[in-house]
Write a protein that binds this ligand. Structure first.
Ligand code: SF4
Ligand code: SF4
Length: 151
């Protein structure tokens, strides 16, 4: 079973601009696939990867900075965090620590937030706007649901 790291009241974050996350697969919605045009891998619905030295990295990364930072995909905005409905965690029997924070999303559902501990920014800086993480995740997931319904 997946071993999740849950956001608690003491979780903080500050991006160190290490660019690790720009080598990961970023799943894109239909709208993002269209707007990013030549920079997508349409077969896998991700941003296109290019070789950077011996590493594969996003084609939109230039000089260690995102070329489309202000309009980057939603998954890039929420990383290293992601919101999960509490009901899904319960359905799959995933244990939730008592300290995990719970938030009510724009859809009225209860959410918890998990994070990728491969990101060195977790544990630095200050608390994030957790409600915004939930809103962006819901928006990302709803765009995916629309895509699934249309295929
Ligand atoms: S992996 Fe984390 S610290 Fe590194 S660039 Fe991405 S968000 Fe920032
Ligand atoms: S779109 Fe920008 S932030 Fe997202 S993976 Fe590519 S370079 Fe990184």
């Amino acid at each position: 079973m997946a071993d999740f790291n849950f956001v608690t009241p003491s979780t903080c974050f500050q991006c160190s601009r290490c660019t690790h996350c720009c080598s990961l697969d970023v799943m894109l919605s239909d709208e993002e696939l269209t707007s990013l045009a030549d920079n997508v891998d349409s077969k896998w619905r991700t941003t296109k990867k290019v070789m950077d030295g011996s590493n594969l990295t996003c084609s939109l990364l230039q000089d260690n900075a995102c070329k489309i930072y202000e309009s980057r995909p939603k998954l890039c905005r929420v990383y290293p965090f992601f919101a999960i409905p509490a009901a899904d965690l319960e359905r799959f029997g995933i244990p939730v620590p008592d300290a995990a924070i719970h938030l009510i999303g724009d859809d009225g559902e209860k959410y918890l937030i998990i994070y990728d501990d491969a990101c060195p920014g977790v544990g630095r800086g200050v608390a994030c706007n957790w409600s915004e993480i939930v809103s962006l995740t819901i928006s990302h997931l709803s765009e995916f649901d629309r895509h699934k319904e249309s295929t």
